[in-house]
Design a protein around this ligand. Structure first.
Ligand code: HPA
Length: 260
């Protein structure tokens, strides 16, 4: 189905755009969109701020496949559905995947609105989408000693320096949500080495690595994590900060994809 929609396009670059980051897809030329609802097995993305569509278009003449909106474990989807978009990317020829997300900053140096390159992650969802039979083309025990590709990270640093985009780095803790963390949980995560916390990405990266994709992860720091700032955490504010950072994130992605 997706292959038919792609027609003659053979993208080797893929991007997963998190909440409030869908604007990146408008930078593609000749973009065409496919609603998740039209793809067998996808269902619909139901989170405000998530478009829920695939977008194919070109960046500097090279085809890029964007997934605008994603499935989250907290929506209650079965594991196969959570893994499907990544497997679709791999099956149509994507070999390099940039995953973006909104995250809460645990490291006090991370300012809301800033960007953080993922150096590694903690999968604290207590799930793994690879449980069950081994999918075709995947291995039983994928290696995760380098979940985020060193060469892509170096490239991201280079692009950030050239374009004067402040880019922090750190470990992302992926939790299931949907509730935000408690201050005690954030203190625990800080001790475990996490710089930022969010509700996505880790499960997708595990599937992507099982499919052999090179991954890059970038977080938009949408807020200081629970207990680190006065006030409550609110999804609408998280989304507003993410949207405000969107053009910087898109500049970074554009630079990276242009040379990946
Ligand atoms: N915690 C978890 N997920 C998030 C946060 C947070 O503070 N901010 C944005 N996504």
């Amino acid at each position: 189905m997706v292959r038919t929609w792609l027609a003659a396009e053979r993208p080797d670059l893929g991007v997963v755009l998190g909440s409030g980051m869908g604007g990146f897809a408008t930078r593609l030329s000749g973009e065409r969109r496919l609603d998740f609802a039209a793809i067998p097995g996808f269902g619909e993305a139901r989170i405000p701020g998530h478009a829920g569509e695939l977008v194919i278009g070109r960046l500097g003449g090279r085809p890029v496949l964007c997934q605008s909106g994603r499935f989250h474990a907290y929506e209650g989807h079965p594991p196969a559905q959570l893994a499907l978009p990544i497997r679709v990317m791999a099956s149509v020829g994507v070999t390099t995947l940039c995953l973006t997300n909104a995250a809460g900053g645990i490291d006090p140096r991370l300012e809301p609105g800033g960007l953080m390159l993922l150096t590694d992650h903690l999968n604290l969802t207590f799930r793994n989408l690879l449980a069950g039979p081994v999918a075709a083309g995947e291995t039983r025990f994928p290696d995760l000693s380098a979940p985020y590709h060193a060469g892509l990270r170096a490239l991201a640093r280079e692009v950030a320096a050239e374009r004067r985009i402040p880019l922090a780095e750190g470990v992302y803790a992926g939790l299931t949500g949907p509730s935000y963390e408690t201050p005690a949980e954030i203190r625990m995560l800080a001790r475990a080495g996490a710089a930022a916390v969010g509700m996505s990405t880790v499960l997708e990266v595990i599937v992507a690595r099982a499919c052999g994709l090179r991954c890059l992860g970038v977080s938009v720091i949408a807020n200081r994590a629970a207990g680190l700032a006065s006030g409550r955490l609110d999804h609408a504010e998280v989304l507003a900060i993410t949207r405000a950072a969107e053009s910087r994130l898109s500049d970074l992605l554009e630079g990276v994809l242009g040379r990946a």
